[in-house]
Write a protein that binds this ligand. Structure first.
Ligand SMILES: Nc1ncnc2c1ncn2[C@@H]1O[C@H](COP(=O)(O)OP(=O)(O)OP(=O)(O)O)[C@@H](O)[C@H]1O
Ligand SMILES: [Mg+2]
Length: 351
């Protein structure tokens, strides 16, 4: 393809069609030209033409980088792949209060302009952080019971132990391995829910059946904690993955019992709201402080780590509930007041 065969407008159209943002920037750091993707990526600062780059990019080192590219005085194109030497590979921008991460290359065009390309890497960055957090959380959560298991197993090797002592240590080992098993099975469930390409099978059931399953699984816990659980259902049909909804409601009921005081009441009821069925679990327990409410659905998040671990909690229960809601196109909401109690509402479309 010969350059001369193509008109300027074709080049312009090509730049417009790029998925990458392209900016033409002057010596005074002003934007002289921008393509559609740049306007898209930096929509909160749009229109871009005439804007001072320092006002858009909240990063002083970016201006230094542009100055440096001008100083090179290279006529031919200069691709700054070593951009990281100025800004750590990417500029951090702040638009609408949210941190965004972009990767950018600055190329010298002539005395007057540099060309700057921008790619949004926010999602990739965030995913990397989430993954790192997840791995370190999992390792940490497994390490605690594992340390107990290996420690007490070692103690068991002591020949001078009485029969009773041996039993006591074996029980601790058993309890900790059961806890590890729970973490692993919860994680496996979460992973299988995450792989959204495997849609769960849906079938018709009733809320009555779901709640009676929930009751049979949670009765023992309620009795040992001396908490009364009252159930009330509509008897209406619902199309869902029954075992997943049962699992979600169990998690809510177990929480309601765990975070309740003795001799109090938990209620579990359903109602129809528009085209959805709501599973409402209310308790008169400890409640959740406002600053923690937005975080309790995160994996491994527990308000009171020590207390929750003692009661065998892993901090995965509510993130499982949230995932189950999502794959049913439903929602999970919570209203809570510290010291007064909580109401969790799981809403699932009827069909
Ligand atoms: N009904 C409730 N009342 C008060 N706090 C609650 C209630 N439900 C959840 N929480 C808080 O939210 C946190 C997260 O709950 P989640 O069910 O995800 O984890 P968990 O109960 O600690 O452990 P598990 O994975 O065994 O369920 C709990 O540790 C607790 O601090
Ligand atoms: Mg829980």
């Amino acid at each position: 393809m010969q350059k001369n065969d193509i008109g300027k407008d074709k080049y312009r159209a090509m730049i417009e069609a790029l998925g990458e943002g392209v900016l033409l920037v002057t010596r005074k750091h002003r934007i002289a030209l921008s393509n559609a993707s740049a306007e898209d990526l930096l929509s909160w600062a749009s229109p871009l033409i005439g804007k001072d780059i320092e006002k858009i990019f909240d990063d002083r080192s970016l201006s230094d980088a542009i100055d440096d590219v001008f100083k090179e005085k290279e006529r031919r194109k200069l691709k700054i792949t070593s951009y990281h030497s100025y800004t750590g590979d990417r500029a951090i921008l702040r638009g609408k209060g949210r941190e965004k991460h972009y990767k950018s290359y600055i190329t010298n065009l002539d005395d007057k302009y540099v060309v700057m390309t921008i790619t949004d890497v926010t999602r990739i960055e965030r995913l990397a952080i989430v993954r790192q957090d997840f791995v370190s959380n999992v390792s940490h959560e497994l390490k605690t019971p594992l340390t107990a298991i290996s420690g007490f197993a070692e103690t068991l090797l002591d020949d001078s132990l009485t029969r009773e002592e041996i039993k006591g240590f074996a029980r601790i080992i058993q309890k900790n391995s059961a806890h590890m098993q729970r973490i692993i099975s919860d994680l496996l469930l979460l992973t299988s829910l995450d792989r959204s390409e495997i849609a769960p099978s849906m079938a018709t059931t009733t809320d009555e059946r779901i709640l009676s399953e929930v009751r049979s699984y949670t009765q023992y816990k309620a009795e040992t904690k001396n908490v009364t659980v009252e159930y009330e259902s509509t008897g209406r049909d619902i199309v869902c993955n029954e075992s997943l909804i049962v699992q979600a409601v169990i998690n809510l009921v177990v929480n309601a019992i765990s975070y309740s005081h003795e001799n109090t009441k938990v209620t579990v009821r359903t109602r129809i709201r528009g085209s959805a069925m709501e599973f409402i679990v209310s308790d008169k327990g400890s409640g959740i402080a406002e600053e923690n409410i937005s975080r309790i659905f995160e994996r491994f998040y527990r308000v009171d780590k020590a207390r929750s671990r003692e009661s065998g909690g892993t901090g995965l229960g509510l993130s499982i509930v949230r995932h189950i809601a999502i794959i049913h196109n439903g929602t999970i909401k919570v209203e809570s007041k510290l010291g007064e109690g909580s109401v969790f509402t799981l809403s699932i479309p009827l069909s």
